[in-house]
Design a protein around this ligand. Structure first.
Ligand code: ADP
Ligand code: MG
Length: 389
């Protein structure tokens, strides 16, 4: 993978940067969380300081190939201008003669943001014509959108082959190097914590870690297919039927490495004011659902995590959004924060949990790409990364 330091002098060159400005907006079109915009600043600043003419391209939401003002990148442009303390021009469209004219008149160090690339139907189809249109804007292509790197789209893959020079941005580079480092040469013990809703979302990650990790700690609703496979009653718990077969396989392959909860916190329903009950065991009575791991599990997992040389965590231990069922995820998050080793958290809800508990600064690396980080861990090639070699 080529990186920024592999590029020849960028001064005066038009550099097309694929960023991930897919930020949440409120009803008034205000950015409610600018984490992703801030994550792109190091690369943008690196290029501007060297006199590059920076052209940014991103998607926002799912406008499905149609121009839709609801999905305009204008709020992101305003937010970026504020963060850079420098004007950011927003193009009305993605490609075409008008955008080319704007790109050509950019001065060194100036910044142009293209409109939402998913306004173009060719983006998600990796249409060569759209890729060509994007390539026409640039002398150099930089991809810093790790969160979109598992998709072969025109702005993440196609364009990379059509521009004279290309490289990974600083964020994408850090993501790929950190995640590959965990798999290639982790400080031991390597502990993977895998939770969340569905086994089928994460079975690839579980399988990979059963090969390379020293312990795999399972939590969240995805426990229940495992428990069902073991013959336990799961009551009204969220239990993915399609997860039972892969869970059975993982149980056979996992041996002592695979750890499952030993107790649970139950609720009547998925709600913060529901009746609750502690279960010292795993057979969930009818009319109850397991919504968190219990205190014995959290303590045992915490001990394993605190002794780890490397931790990878994806997926909460329970319905942490609901206060009565947040304790297991909180205890695991605190243990990750206390772990002296390298700690990596990936996944939308797991990252949200770490932020909710105010612990994000005590984790070595918070991954910005949920799906992309899982695919990388599974050992799959990311098209957006492959295109940068
Ligand atoms: P991530 O986004 O970190 O990859 P997932 O999307 O797989 O995580 O799972 C997070 C969701 O799983 C949360 O909304 C959480 O409420 C839910 N969840 C976790 N444990 C349970 C449970 N025992 N019962 C119901 N929902 C659960
Ligand atoms: Mg999620």
């Amino acid at each position: 993978m080529r990186t920024l330091s592999d590029l020849s002098d960028v001064a005066g060159k038009r550099v097309l940067v694929r960023v991930d400005f897919n930020v949440p907006l409120d009803g008034d079109g205000q950015v409610t969380d600018d984490t992703r915009i801030r994550a792109a600043l190091p690369t943008i600043t690196w290029l501007r300081e060297r006199g590059a003419r920076v052209i940014l391209v991103s998607h926002l939401g799912r406008p499905k190939g149609e121009v839709n003002p609801e999905f305009s990148l204008r709020p992101a442009a305003l937010r970026l201008a504020f963060l850079l303390d420098h004007p950011v021009e927003l193009a009305d469209t993605v490609v075409g003669p008008e955008v080319e004219a704007l790109a050509d008149k950019l001065a060194d160090g100036e910044v142009l943001l293209l409109e939402n690339v998913r306004f173009e139907p060719g983006e998600t189809k990796n249409d060569p014509e759209l890729a060509k249109g994007l390539a026409a804007l640039a002398d150099v292509y930089v991809n810093d959108a790790f969160g979109a790197a598992h998709r072969a789209h025109a702005s993440t893959e196609g364009v990379a082959h059509l521009v004279p020079e290309k490289a990974a941005g600083l964020l994408l580079q850090r993501e790929v190097e950190t995640l590959n480092g965990i798999l290639a040469a982790p400080a031991r013990p390597l502990v993977a914590i895998v939770g969340g809703a569905k086994v089928t979302d994460k079975i690839g990650v579980i399988d990979r870690f059963l090969e390379v990790a020293d312990a795999v700690l399972i939590g969240g609703a995805m426990c229940f297919p495992f428990f069902k496979a073991q013959g336990h009653d799961v009551g009204a718990s969220l239990c993915e039927e399609e997860g039972i077969e892969p869970a059975t396989r993982a149980l056979e392959a996992g041996g002592q490495k695979l750890k499952l909860p030993v107790d649970l916190t139950l609720g009547r329903e998925f709600s913060a004011d529901t009746e609750t009950q502690a279960l010292d065991g795993l057979d969930v009575p009818d009319g109850w659902m397991g919504l968190d791991v219990g205190p014995k599990t959290a303590a045992a997992y915490g001990d394993i995590i605190k002794g780890a040389g490397t931790v990878f965590w994806n997926g909460p231990m329970g319905a942490f959004e609901l206060e009565p069922f947040s304790a297991g995820t909180r205890e695991v998050a605190l243990a990750v924060a206390d772990c002296p080793g390298t700690t990596v958290v990936g996944g939308g809800d797991s990252v949200a949990a770490v932020v909710q508990f105010g612990l994000e600064d005590r984790v070595t690396h918070v991954s910005t790409g949920g799906g992309a980080s899982l695919e990388l861990i599974e050992g799959r090639k990311l098209p957006g990364v492959e295109a940068l070699t």
